[in-house]
Design a protein around this ligand. Sequence first.
Ligand code: RIB
Length: 316
Amino acid sequence: MSSGRVLVVGSLNADLVVRTARIPGPGETVAGSDLVIVPGGKSANQAAAVGKLGGDVAILGCVGEDGNGAMLLSSLQDAGVDTSQVRVLGGVATGSAMIAVDAAGENCIIVSPGANGRLSADDVNAADEFFATADASSVLTLCLEVSLEAVKAAARKARERGAKVVLNISPYLKVGTDLLDLVDILLVNNHELADLTGQADFDPLGDWTSVIEATGAALGASGPRTVVVTLGAKGARIIDLDAGTASAPIASPKVKPVDTTGCGDAFLAAFSFRIAAGDSREDAAAFAVRVGAYAATGEGAQNSYPSAEQLASWRP
Ligand code: RIB
């Protein structure tokens, strides 16, 4: 399948993962498994997922000059990602994420930026070679694990070349119209939607009239017109702010989750890959829920993502 290029600007993390029967509360100590260190980071995960699916994908970001940075570069290259614009920096550690995964596959994550914090707007603005490969068939994917200035610079550069900009507003931050106005499609999970709208108790599968209104008010008149909401095992819904509508839930295949880390990144990657291939939002989301569900059946983030062949033969 021919597809436009997916460009990814953002974070690369080593994921330090411990499994535990249940995630501890404040002040509590619980016993866990041996520590494993695996490739992660929202942006690196997105790039790896597109690469494994067979897409044309490149990433711009920073790692430290250490073993974790080498692990990330090797994982991305094995997935077919162009890593020529990943800078390896001395004097700073590769970004990392402390992750606890419970018996139901749910996780909680704390990220420590490390080298991701060194990606500046100047670096992004200077990356002409990287953005030269973008055109109207391309999609840029962004998250908020690097500085807002770098994120805005990337969105501006991609827009100049006619590419679509997809933002995952995670880790959640209240962002202004200076960023939102550069975004075509916003992707949030149910928690981020609650943060964005101030409506914590919406019914994921019910009537979304008030959710649509609150989302429109939060994003402003010139912000993204499409909001894709991921709902975990309940699938996804698409809000069209111009039409004032929300799609029916796009059902996810039923799986027994092993580890949900990086499932949202897999969804975003698969969605962006298919948008770059010319699919409708609905078709892209239907493909993406399948990729996200597949990712929940294996341990880790990038390590759990499917190739196109694995996905095609998967019978959940
Ligand atoms: O979305 C999952 C990712 O969030 C993990 O891989 C971790 O690195 C954090 O960035």
